[in-house]
Design a protein around this ligand. Structure first.
Ligand code: DHB
Ligand code: MG
Length: 258
């Protein structure tokens, strides 16, 4: 698996990778019918020139199983990329419809192709292209008019600066059912969450100004959503740090009060 994440990583450790590889070889073996189609999604996304910043197998399967356990019928994803997570959700949950938003038409085209190749029936994944802050109000309107169902699962994994705006729009716009789980990715990367920007040791490419700026923005977006969720009586949240074959990072997990 690790070969699909050769690019930007945020701390790796041979033990973390070994544990993932061992557990994956037993729990996600090639004998499972969905194994090869999902591998192909990652391969084709990389071959199509998409950045290797997708969810990794353990995380995507965890979300798919969350949807199974919670009996989710409608899932919302912000940040489609190559559709890897959306395809996992759809593959493991035949009764689930996924709505996924991405600003980049190329991502949407590759994700559509990946979903088709993975054998996902037309319509099970709804691809919406555009900036999520422009697309979500239309989704809200359709829900208000009874033309679409509210979501029971939300995965936010797009541009990090808008984390809170997406989160707030979903909760205040009535897009989520009571007890909906909302995940926000890339919250704990390199353990920098509690540090001030001037203390940052960004690690991967500190000389690259673009990389530095990108990470500063990401950090700002991570803090804003964590701090605001902590002040928000509509939700209850926790940050879970993760290690694995891809990197050290973590996500915010929040539940809409019912
Ligand atoms: C990176 C990882 C992500 O999960 C993401 O959503 C964006 C960027 C990264 O590794 O740079
Ligand atoms: Mg991410």
């Amino acid at each position: 698996m690790a070969q699909y994440f050769p690019g930007r990583v945020h701390e790796q450790n041979a033990k973390w990778t070994a544990v993932d590889n061992y557990a994956q070889s037993h729990l996600h073996p090639s004998s499972r019918p969905y194994h090869a189609p999902l591998e192909n999604v990652l391969k084709n996304s990389l071959a199509s020139g998409l950045p290797d910043i997708s969810s990794y197998p353990v995380l995507a399967k965890f979300f798919a199983l969350q949807c199974t356990a919670l009996g989710v019928k409608h899932a919302l994803e912000i940040g489609t990329l190559g559709g890897y997570t959306a395809i996992w959700l759809a593959k493991l949950n035949p009764g689930l419809k996924v709505t996924t938003i991405d600003v980049d038409p190329k991502h949407v085209a590759v994700a559509r192709e990946n979903a088709r190749n993975a054998g996902i029936e037309e319509g099970r994944i709804e691809f919406l292209q555009g900036p999520a802050l422009d697309v979500l109000p239309g989704v809200r309107e359709e829900i208000a008019q009874g033309k679409r169902e509210k979501f029971g699962f939300v995965w936010i994994d797009a541009d990090k600066v808008n984390n809170w705006k997406y989160f707030d729009l979903i909760v205040s716009g009535g897009l989520a059912l009571p007890r909906t789980v909302i995940y926000v990715d890339n919250i704990a990367r390199r353990g920098n969450l509690p540090k001030r920007p001037e203390e940052l040791k960004l690690g991967v490419d500190e000389d690259n100004e673009e990389d530095l700026e990108d990470n500063r923005e990401g950090l700002r977006g991570a803090r804003e959503v964590v701090e605001n969720v902590g002040k928000d009586d509509r939700v209850e949240g926790v940050v879970l740090q993760t290690v694995g074959e891809k990197s050290y990072d973590g996500f915010l997990f929040a539940v809409v009060k019912g």
